[in-house]
Each structure stands twice: as structure tokens, then as C-alpha cells.
Design a binder for this molecule. Structure first.
Ligand code: IMP
Ligand code: MG
Length: 181
């Protein structure tokens, strides 16, 4: 366990078993098709890397990076694209891969934006779902774990840029927040 962890929410074994299960489901659901996994930088990178290896289909990867505007507009759900996809998704079977759905604003925006580019299909796969925090409804087609309303780090998720490389997902000790400024 990481020294800054107050409590481990999901162990490496739990995460890896769930990722394999999601990979199997996607492999079955998209049998005979080719998929494009769109990873949302940076949080989804670790999940995407493991998920891609658990999917037994012809597959390509692309990435987007987004940031929400200031707090006042966050509630409007306006998201700025920092890095767009490299390739066209027209006619492709696209799965957006995200670390966590919180308010839902990011994924709601991304889904609408990518839907406008005429993919053959568009689904969302998120490792974590904090349902209690949802501000806008968004259908998440593949969910790893529903989690309580707690700030979590590890396995791609960060606080102040740290803890992304930890193989487990945990809740920080209160002292750990004070170490960054
Ligand atoms: P939302 O669904 O638009 O509110 O934003 C989801 C994004 O907020 C995720 O991609 C994360 O970057 C970030 N986020 C939400 N909850 C957490 C958390 O518990 N730990 C770390 N990042 C989080
Ligand atoms: Mg994120």
C-alpha cells in the first residue's frame, strides 16, 4: 500500500480482473468488427493500455485531451479540446475510454462532439463511476466499478499530477493533500 494511502478502494488484482472482464465483453459485443479506442488523456492511459490488451479484435488507438473552462462555466459543460484525434472516425466503431465519470460533463460533451463526426457506432467505457456526483445524464455502456463519492487516486488518476503510476486505486490521507501547493 502506498504510504500516502488512507485506504485502498480497489486492489491491483480487482482492477486487473475487471479490465479482463470488460475486454471479454467488448470482444464479444464487437465480434467481426474493428474498433477504435479513444483514450482521454491523461487519466485513462493506464486503463486503456490494459484494456486494449484484453480485447481480441483488430483495433486502433487514438487520444484526446480536454480541459474544462473555469469554474463558472464548468456547470455549462463547456469543455475545451487541447488535443483532438489524429484520425477521422467516420464510419468507425468508436469506444471512448475514460478513467472516471464524475459530473458527467466531460463525457457528455465528448459524446456529442464525436457523434457529430458520423462514427458507425459510439460507446463509452469508464473504469469508475461516481454516480452520486452526476450533473448531466450520460449513458456509460461499460462500467468497471461504481464507487462512492470520494476522491480517489492511482491507476491513472492523479492528485496534483501525482499517483498515476500506482497499480491500485486508493483514498489519500488528509496530510497528503497538504504536501502539494
Ligand atoms: P466530469 O465527469 O466531467 O466531472 O470529469 C471527470 C474527470 O474529473 C475525470 O476524467 C478526472 O480527470 C477527474 N476526476 C473526477 N473525480 C476524480 C477523482 O476522484 N480522482 C481523480 N480525478 C477525478
Ligand atoms: Mg480525466
Amino acid at each position: 500500500m502506498h504510504p500516502d494511502a488512507a485506504r485502498v478502494l480497489l486492489s491491483e488484482e480487482q482492477i486487473q480482473a475487471k479490465v479482463r472482464e470488460l475486454g471479454r465483453r467488448i470482444t464479444t459485443d464487437y465480434a467481426g468488427k474493428e474498433v477504435v479506442l479513444v483514450g482521454i488523456l491523461k487519466g485513462a492511459v493506464l486503463f486503456l493500455a490494459d484494456l486494449a490488451r484484453a480485447i481480441d479484435l483488430p483495433l486502433s488507438l487514438d487520444f484526446m485531451s480536454v480541459s474544462s473552462y473555469g469554474h463558472s462555466t464548468k456547470s455549462s459543460g463547456i469543455v475545451r479540446i487541447i488535443k483532438d484525434l489524429d484520425e477521422s472516425i467516420e464510419g468507425k466503431h468508436v469506444i471512448i475510454v475514460e478513467d472516471i465519470v464524475d459530473t458527467g460533463l466531460t463525457l457528455n460533451y465528448l459524446k456529442e462532439t464525436l457523434a457529430g463526426r458520423d462514427p458507425a457506432s459510439l460507446k463509452i467505457c469508464a473504469l469508475l463511476d461516481k454516480e452520486a456526483r452526476r450533473k448531466v445524464a450520460v449513458t456509460v455502456d461499460y462500467v468497471g466499478f461504481a464507487i462512492p463519492d470520494e476522491f480517489v487516486v492511482g491507476y491513472g488518476l492523479d492528485f496534483a499530477g501525482k499517483y498515476r503510476n500506482c497499480p491500485e486505486i486508493f483514498i489519500l490521507k488528509p496530510e497528503a493533500y497538504g504536501q502539494h501547493s
